[in-house]
Design a protein around this ligand. Sequence first.
Ligand SMILES: [Zn+2]
Length: 301
Amino acid sequence: MLEAQLKTPIWCPACNAIYHGSPLAVPDREYNVGYLAHYAQCPDCGTLFQNPMPPFHQLADFYPPNYHAATAHGLLARARHNARLKQLTPLLNGDGALLDYGCGNGAFLTWAATKNLGRPLFGYEIADQREVQKLADGAVTIVRGKPADLLDSLPSCRLITMNHVIEHLPDPHETISALTRFLAPGGAIEGQTPAADSLERRVFKTRWSGYHAPRHTVVFSRAGLHKLFDRVGLNQPAISAAFNPAAIAVSLAACTRSPERPIRRAGLGWLWWLGCATLLAPIDLLSGASGIMNFRAIRQD
Ligand SMILES: [Zn+2]
């Protein structure tokens, strides 16, 4: 049955070009969740996407309780929040909410609530059941559930931030076009995501951390991300290289083990890989084909 699905023509989720071919199997090298993902590469824009795409209800099975995004805390987390808010501040001119799409436990928003941003702070995280939670004395609203559960209660937004989120969506075009309708004129969508057209992917092949298989559903190339934003009417997104040694550290660690020995993002071993990755990061940044990219797109009308 898998064979039959793999041969069916499909469309690139980024640029809508048609794809025929045999996708590449990529094992889970980080959590060993027991699902072998297959990735197709768009012949037009170079974006990678799972084929078959796992159904929405199956995605939750790919995130074990010790998943790294849920475990950041303490000083390091505060330093990360600070750096992230610094990057967002130039985009926070004018009325409208700040939406953190894929907010996890809402840690960034509850921290941001202490900075008096003078606007509603919303967060969204995927879940089976709809749940609305108020945090930071009501300053932060977290909506869990299906995307429609968020859109029902979302006000006009000045800024929608997606930090390592767009690559987890099964249908990014549908999500980004729905969110764009909530952007105030002059408002922006911004985020960070791995880049399929990277030096790091060429070097590490299926051990490249950007696959993060099977959790990454669509891994954009720079051209693919441009086309996606064009298709939703957000022209000329700005795309730039991002500094993210943790991504390189995962690629390096993946070279030393089989998928049966998952990579632990903690302890001395992890610090060693982070140190090596930090030394290599300038090559990645200066290559013109960084493994991680920042993007921002502004609604003009
Ligand atoms: Zn494409």
